[in-house]
Design a protein around this ligand. Structure first.
Ligand code: SF4
Length: 448
């Protein structure tokens, strides 16, 4: 096993990445879900080998931090003993309820399996960079809209026929929509795009490619028809894996979220025990830093929801922490300059009315912006001796002349007060911030 992976690569169980509090390992179970006892075993392993915090990422992977080279090897062995098969190679991701959601347009799993097999037989895994990924989205209640991928395939209906919208290089709002592909050709098209990325070298991503119709054989892809573009209003579907969701087998799933994607392993053990008592056999990490508990009755969902809330998990869809992205920051990450999650908790508690769901606040320990790589309405970035604020941009857009502020929570409270004083009837926080523009927001942040 490599002791650590290079920065910029993805930290897997076999190649953990160095961070401020030791090595970080990420795992993505193959079967999609874990039994409660398996998740309890994994949490106990995190307590023994790591720092005792279990994380669920924005993409729905599990993470364990605070490992040493020795304990990372121990963790990998314990994961194997628990029987957790983890995905390796090029990620080909489907939604956490793929095949179980009665509202999905197509079950994406057969296509995802075919793409995985074709990647293996073409030997693509070793020729592509570690961040290249594929999303296969069957539609339905929980879309994969927020997940960034090099190749995005989204099921659509054309009459009675299922076809696939191909987009490249981004999430649902930012990817370049290339066209519509038939069910029979879609696997070949995905592999052709991956081959074209591989031909450009291991640093290449889909954004470096020419248009797909110059890469794919003539006739394989047809142009978009207006209504089939699949773009949702505002760009991204807001269907979080949250609350009570009906499954195709007439049972229910309960979705809850981890505040900023992290929870002490002990609390997750308690929740898993309660889920076991309620009859769950399957717990699935899900996008948006969530967990889904499958196979419950309605009464069981409500009881488990109460237990989760008492343990500090997010169960209320109006919880302001759902709209704040915060990376581990200091002291967990060596690159961090601020205590991101402490600032986030303080802001969520002091100005909850600011978070109406119309925009995201991103608090980033440094300009890398791990918790929210894209643009956010407001991004606080830790830097030497304080913080800077980016308005309507990503963390990496911070420039040396951006406003500096030593007390980010107070600066953000000042912005919330400005919005409250300036808000027009019916105006959302996002619309108000956009109307105000960057200059008065930066001034408020500085608390002049
Ligand atoms: S953004 Fe946060 S987690 Fe990422 S490197 Fe910077 S401090 Fe670390």
């Amino acid at each position: 096993m490599n002791a650590m992976s290079r920065r910029g690569a993805c930290p897997t169980l076999s190649t953990p990445m160095q961070t401020g509090d030791g090595l970080l390992a990420r795992l993505n179970p193959i079967a999609g879900g874990l039994s409660p006892n398996t998740l309890i075993g994994l949490c106990e392993s995190a307590l023994r080998q790591g720092n005792g915090i279990v994380e669920v990422t924005a993409r729905g992977s599990l993470q364990i931090r605070g490992l040493t080279p020795f304990s990372a090897r121990q963790l990998a062995g314990e994961v194997e003993q628990l029987g957790i098969a983890v995905r390796t190679g090029v990620p080909v991701e489907t939604g956490p309820l793929a095949g179980l959601d009665p509202s999905e347009i197509a079950d994406p799993r057969p296509l995802a399996d075919a793409i995985r097999a074709a990647i293996a037989s073409a030997g693509l895994a070793k020729r592509l960079g570690p961040k290249v990924s594929v999303v296969v989205d069957g539609g339905g209640h929980l879309t994969m809209d927020t997940i960034i991928a090099d190749v995005r395939l989204v099921a659509q209906k054309r009459g009675n026929e299922t076809v696939w919208l191909l987009a490249t290089g981004g999430d649902a709002a930012t990817a370049v929509q290339q066209g519509i592909i038939s069910e029979n050709s879609v696997c070949d098209a995905a592999i052709a795009i991956l081959q074209a990325i591989a031909a450009l070298g291991k640093e290449a991503r889909a954004r470096d490619l020419r248009a797909a119709d110059e890469i794919l054989p003539v006739g394989l892809i047809s142009p978009l028809e207006g209504k089939m573009s699949g773009r949702t209003e505002g760009g991204i579907s807001k269907h979080f894996p949250f609350g009570i969701i009906l499954l195709a087998n007439a049972t229910l799933a309960l979705g809850i979220a981890l505040p900023f994607g992290a929870m002490p392993a002990g609390k997750l053990i308690e929740l898993s025990r309660a889920a076991l008592d309620e009859g769950t056999a399957d717990i699935r990490p899900a996008p948006a830093r969530s967990l889904l508990f499958l196979g419950l009755s309605e009464d069981a969902c409500h009881r488990l929801q109460d237990t989760a809330a008492a343990l500090g998990f997010i169960t209320d869809p109006t919880d302001p922490r759902l709209h704040i992205a915060a990376c581990p920051g200091t002291p967990a990450c060596a690159s961090g300059n601020i205590e991101t999650r402490a600032i986030a908790e303080q802001v969520a508690a002091t100005v909850p009315g600011f978070f109406d769901g119309s925009c995201t606040l991103h608090i980033s320990g440094c300009a890398k912006g791990c918790a929210h790589p894209g643009a956010a309405a407001l991004t606080v970035v830790g830097r030497d001796g304080g913080t800077g604020l980016v308005v309507n941009g990503p963390a990496k857009a911070l420039s040396p002349d951006n406003t500096s502020c030593d007390d980010a929570a107070r600066g953000l409270a000042a912005i919330a007060n400005l919005v409250q004083a300036s808000r027009q009837p019916g105006e959302t926080t996002a619309a108000c911030l956009a109307r105000l523009g960057a200059a008065p927001i930066q001034t408020a942040y500085r608390q002049d």
